[in-house]
Design a protein around this ligand. Structure first.
Ligand code: ADP
Ligand code: MG
Length: 168
């Protein structure tokens, strides 16, 4: 897999569900308190699969699941970090509903936030984050574009490039 690099941005193609999960796990291993990872892309483009990988990389024992009823799934990593898996898909008014349940406490707290359909409430998402856009190419291939905003995320993405592709 050869990624395309442009400035701080990186894009590549995942050729299987397993590969997307492994890439998520590579990122998950690098995450720290307060990190914010935003996932955008159509249904079936691999967001949940990648989020599951993040959980694995963080060492979370239970599988990350998508529930129709829970807006925020909370998982504990062995090192004490909390992973918040957030999904804006089912919300009628994502901004109001997310604010009403106190999502900002999570955004600005000590956990790691991974948000599916982050684009549905972009205006309330902190400006510093790693934004990942997934797209469907064919039955087995997904394009993945990663764009860092802020120093922490430029550094994080550099570590990820090193870990996933051996690029320093
Ligand atoms: N390269 C790939 N990466 C991720 N998922 C893939 C890939 N190829 C096929 N798939 C399939 O696409 C679907 C992705 O589902 P999911 O991760 O739930 O998407 P989303 O959360 O974006 O709606 C799964 O059924 C998975 O098996
Ligand atoms: Mg999903």
């Amino acid at each position: 897999m050869s990624p395309i690099l442009r400035g701080n941005v990186i894009s590549f193609v995942s050729r299987s569900e397993e590969q997307t999960r492994r890439l998520g796990a590579r990122l998950g291993r690098l995450l720290q308190a307060g990190d914010l990872i935003c996932l955008e892309g159509p249904l079936g483009s691999g967001k949940t699969c990648f989020a599951q990988g993040i959980g694995i990389g963080m060492g979370v024992k239970e599988p990350i699941t998508s529930s129709s009823f829970v807006l925020i799934g909370e998982y504990k990593a062995p090192n004490g970090l909390t992973l918040y898996h957030i999904d804006f898909y089912r919300l009628q008014n994502p901004v109001e509903e997310a604010l009403a349940i106190g999502i900002e406490e999570k955004f600005y707290g000590d956990g790691v936030c991974v948000i599916e359909w982050a684009d549905r409430a972009k205006e309330i998402i902190p400006p510093e984050r790693l934004w990942i856009t997934f797209n469907y190419l064919d039955a087995h291939q997904r394009s993945i574009l990663m764009e860092p905003n802020g120093e922490r995320y430029v550094r994080l993405l550099n570590l990820f490039k090193e870990s996933a592709f051996g690029l320093g």
